[in-house]
Design a protein around this ligand. Structure first.
Ligand SMILES: Cc1cc2nc3c(=O)[nH]c(=O)nc-3n(C[C@H](O)[C@H](O)[C@H](O)COP(=O)(O)OP(=O)(O)OC[C@H]3O[C@@H](n4cnc5c(N)ncnc54)[C@H](O)[C@@H]3O)c2cc1C
Length: 427
């Protein structure tokens, strides 16, 4: 059997894998990037048709390559994001092999490094960088039985309104995916309900600057851990239709039926927690806190940005907030589809054979991407080093740190003492 040798195997050619490759090439480290699909496959086929980047083109990109066909404040379509990463991979001549799946990684015995079993053969590598993304398997709560008389899909498989059975839809989950899908379906003339849990909802822009800019200057992208108790709080932002603040009062005024967290299902009836008003009010508090922090920044720095007092006018609470619906009889309300916009879980099963790489729950054990298992690195995970880690611009900086650590280790491994050089002669 012919076994290929290289220094680093990068698993996955999304933005994380391409960033890793760029930094490895800068250091002249031999590597291959193995991708089971195509470059940026998740952006191509793992998202709904109308998705655009949540951050503007000036922000959601790597250094050294701009979106030359977009204005800085425009939002790239998902196809454009994919072609951007393809262009980036070409620009840096990334050694990507598409259509190659990594099946298993095991540590070699008696020799430093790993055996990487792939769908096209075996590779020996000294280091492995897992850049397989943050979102592997859709999570669907086990509330509604599969045999229930309602179509159920996850946001991961939602593409466009025409894919759904005729009738109304309830979208469960009000992060960026849930609110954008609910909005699209309502605009397509569907009857829509939206089940809203705890969320952050920053203003799209304030005083003429996008929230990505505000998070940057306020140091919030660099937060190293989620705020206390907020690790599961989703963020509701949208670049759709030129970008806008996610405003639940506006969604309600547009005819979307807001309800609290989905709690149970029994004989065709969904029941909701009595938490809608609380969830909306916490989202409002998050929104207002950013305005406050932005105003304080303007005050402190004297930067000339136009005041925007109207941003604080949240408008009256709709009936759905004052008197929230607690249950929904799906058939009686004409609801034919449930879309679960309820997130994803990770699966690093292909690393299973590597002791210490994963904890008992199968989660990566690492510090800022440097694995507890020597020689293993991770990229692209939420909060890997900070809030920005799973986003396009953030993974670039994490990749630099990870590759810097890897290159330092490589230096130790390749160090040759004068005695080694002198063929065993002790001087
Ligand atoms: C709906 C949605 C919208 C988003 N919008 C934005 C946005 O606007 N801006 C932003 O910055 N971030 C956004 N994100 C977050 C994040 O940027 C994306 O999830 C991004 O795709 C993550 O990049 P990645 O390289 O870490 O992982 P992925 O893009 O998931 O890439 C991992 C790659 O690894 C490959 N792979 C997996 N397992 C194996 C294996 N065993 N062998 C070989 N290959 C393998 C996969 O095929 C995949 O191509 C969004 C996420 C979602 C879900």
């Amino acid at each position: 059997m012919i076994v290929e040798e290289t220094t680093v195997v990068v698993v996955g050619a999304g933005q994380a894998g391409i960033a890793a490759s760029a930094h490895l090439s800068d250091f002249g480290v031999a590597h291959v990037v193995l991708e089971r699909g195509r470059v940026a496959e998740q952006w191509r086929t793992g998202r709904w048709d109308s998705l655009v980047a949540n951050g503007p083109a000036w922000h959601d990109r790597f250094p050294g390559l701009e979106f030359d066909d977009l204005g800085p404040d425009q939002f790239a379509s998902k196809e454009r994001v994919a072609s951007y990463f393809e262009a980036y991979a070409e620009k840096i001549a990334a050694p990507v092999r598409c259509g190659v799946e990594v099946l298993c990684v095991t540590r070699r015995t008696g020799v430093d490094g790993f055996v990487v079993e792939t769908s096209t053969g075996t590779i020996h590598a000294r280091f492995v960088i897992a850049a397989t993304g943050p979102f592997h398997h859709p999570v669907v709560p086990t509330l509604v039985p599969e045999r229930a008389p309602v179509q159920q899909i996850h946001s991961h498989t939602y593409r466009n309104p025409s894919q759904l059975a005729p009738g109304g839809v309830i979208v469960v989950g009000a992060g960026s995916s849930g609110v954008q899908i609910a909005d699209e379906l309502r605009r397509a003339g569907r009857e829509v309900y939206l089940s809203v849990g705890p969320h952050d909802r920053p203003p799209r822009s304030y005083r003429g600057r996008d929230f990505c800019w505000w998070l940057g200057v306020l140091g919030l992208w660099d937060a190293e851990t989620p705020p206390e108790g907020a690790s599961h709080v989703t963020i509701a932002v949208s670049g759709a239709r030129g970008g806008h603040t996610v405003d639940f009062r506006e969604l309600s005024a547009a005819g979307i039926g807001l309800v609290g967290m989905t709690a149970s299902y029994d004989q065709g009836v969904l029941r909701f927690e009595d938490d809608l008003a609380d969830n909306i009010s916490q989202g409002d508090a998050n929104y207002t806190a950013l305005l406050d922090a932005a105003d304080a920044y303007v005050e402190r720095t004297g930067i000339d940005l136009p005041p925007e007092p109207q941003a604080r006018d949240l408008g009256p609470d709709p009936e759905a907030l004052r008197n929230p619906r607690r249950e929904l009889d799906l058939a009686a309300s004409g609801v034919s589809t449930i879309i679960w916009a309820t997130g994803f879980r990770q699966d690093f099963g292909w690393l299973d054979a590597e002791a210490d790489a994963l904890d008992a729950a199968g989660r990566p054990v690492h510090r800022r991407g440097v694995g507890a298992a020597p020689g293993i690195y991770f990229l692209g995970l939420p909060w890997l080093s900070r809030r920005g880690s799973s986003f396009i611009w953030g993974v670039w900086h994490d990749a630099r740190h990870v590759v810097d650590h890897l290159v330092t280790q490589l230096g130790y491994l390749e160090y040759q003492a004068p005695t080694d050089l002198a063929e065993g002669t002790i001087r």
